[in-house]
Design a protein around this ligand. Structure first.
Ligand code: HEC
Ligand code: HEC
Length: 372
């Protein structure tokens, strides 16, 4: 139920553009939901919370995405925000093809680095224990179902190793796989340091990834039909706003309470910014009402604003609650992802922008359900 009410809808260009390959259009349209957390072209961000999807093979992307759909891998928020439960096999294939084609792996700007281990020691370990499936060059083997490890963020790979070790995810699709039972974190870091050298061989000094210009979705009718089924929408021509409807059984006060509780669990505190009863009368449950809530971590805000002071204009980390005269409640946030182009913000600020997106989505999801 919870996932059924949440999806992203991408609206809406009024001009029509020449038809392009249907699948790549579908893939690009769907990717705008994924981009909320995986960044615009699936480039992800360093650390453990946003793996790079760009350039992974389509077969693996589709398989992994289906694993979240079936519950073999768990990530409730990702499933909810991207409406994965309602995504068809063809749609998953289309977005996987789209992401696989984003060739960022040869761009020096996306070179993976990791200095926190001994690459020489890691090389020996990798060639002994990992190479048979993940390939000598680190880019995986389809006939072993093994994905590339080179070109992926070490923070994410290490956290995956921890999920294997804890038994939360199956390594090698095998519940009794024991690859990581006797690999210490220090040894894993040595392997990661070696893997981080392998993508260097693909880097071309003078190559700069040029994303294809975004094509506006032509399917307005489809966009409206999706509105009925789901609640998260990226609206406005420039994809800058994400919106979700609050469950009709939840009133404004409960939605706010649930958001504040969720924010607290994420170590963010509420800073009320403004509140207005829009008909200028007493706030009664019948009058339109708007509240802007800000959930910032001061240190994150400072890093982001130092990197790009104009971001202050967009009110990062704020969520607007709007209740109309029919008592429908909507939650809205700025999609910081649209401002996070790999070449515009320094990596530390990109990472924070994506983390803020993820936190705001989690808070909105809690508010939309009234905490249930
Ligand atoms: C709310 C944030 C969020 C959204 C939206 C989201 N993801 Fe994710 N995704 C994550 C996080 C966080 C991880 C890594 C941690 C984990 O496995 O839960 C992840 C992991 C993945 C992986 C696994 C990568 C690997 O190397 O195994 C794939 C594939 C993936 N996502 C595909 C998608 C696709 C496709 C979409 C859009 C349809 C999407 N995600 C939307 C947050 C999100
Ligand atoms: C027998 C084959 C095999 C061997 C040997 C093997 N792997 Fe894997 N590995 C796999 C498969 C298959 C997957 C994909 C699992 C899935 O689809 O969820 C995987 C997934 C992973 C992932 C997750 C990647 C991602 O994007 O989420 C990591 C990290 C990993 N392996 C690390 C290692 C390391 C380090 C070694 C050596 C110590 C190793 N593997 C040895 C088969 C293998």
């Amino acid at each position: 139920m919870r996932t059924a009410v949440v999806s992203v809808l991408l609206c809406l260009w009024s001009i029509s553009f020449p038809a392009q390959g249907a699948d790549s259009d579908t893939g690009e349209r769907i990717n705008r939901k994924c981009a909320l957390c995986h960044a615009m072209y699936g480039q992800g961000v360093p650390g453990d919370s946003s793996p790079r999807l760009a350039g992974l093979p389509a077969w693996y992307l589709a398989k992994a995405t289906r694993d979240y759909q079936t519950g073999a891998r768990k990530n409730d928020l990702m499933v909810a925000v991207s409406d994965l439960d309602n995504m068809s096999r063809e749609e998953i294939e289309a977005v996987s093809d789209y992401l696989a084609a984003q060739d960022i792996g040869t761009d020096p700007a996306y070179n993976i680095r990791f200095e926190n281990g001994d690459a020489e020691v890691g090389k020996r370990k990798y060639e002994e224990d990992c190479k048979t499936c993940h390939k000598k060059n680190g880019y995986g083997k389809k006939n072993k179902d093994a994905p590339p490890l080179a070109g992926q963020y070490p923070g994410y790979l290490l956290s995956s190793i921890h999920t294997f070790f804890r038994g939360d995810r199956n390594h090698d699709n095998d519940p009794i796989d024991d690859t990581f039972d006797d690999i210490s974190d220090a040894e894993a870091r040595d392997i990661l340091a070696y893997l981080a050298t392998l993508d260097d061989r693909r880097i071309k000094a003078d190559y700069h990834f040029q994303p294809a210009p975004m094509t506006p979705p032509a399917a307005t009718a489809e966009a409206s039909s999706r509105a009925a089924g789901g609640a998260f929408r990226v609206v406005s021509d420039s994809q800058t706003v994400v919106m979700t409807d609050v469950d009709p059984a939840v009133d404004a006060e409960d939605a706010i309470k649930a958001m504040v509780a969720k924010a607290k669990s994420l170590n963010l505190s509420l800073q009320p910014v403004s509140s207005a009863a829009l008909d200028e009368q007493e706030e009664s449950s019948k009058s339109p009402m708007m509240k802007v809530l800000q959930f910032c971590s001061p240190s994150q805000a400072v890093t982001l604003l130092k990197a790009s002071p104009v971001l202050a204009n967009y009110g990062p980390c704020s969520i607007t609650l709007y209740r109309d005269e029919d008592e429908n409640i909507r939650l809205m946030m700025v999609n910081l992802d649209m401002l996070v182009d790999g070449h515009q913000l320094p990596p530390a600020a990109q990472r924070i922008a994506i983390l803020i997106n993820q936190d705001m989505l989690a808070i909105m999801a809690a508010g939309a359900r009234g905490g249930h």
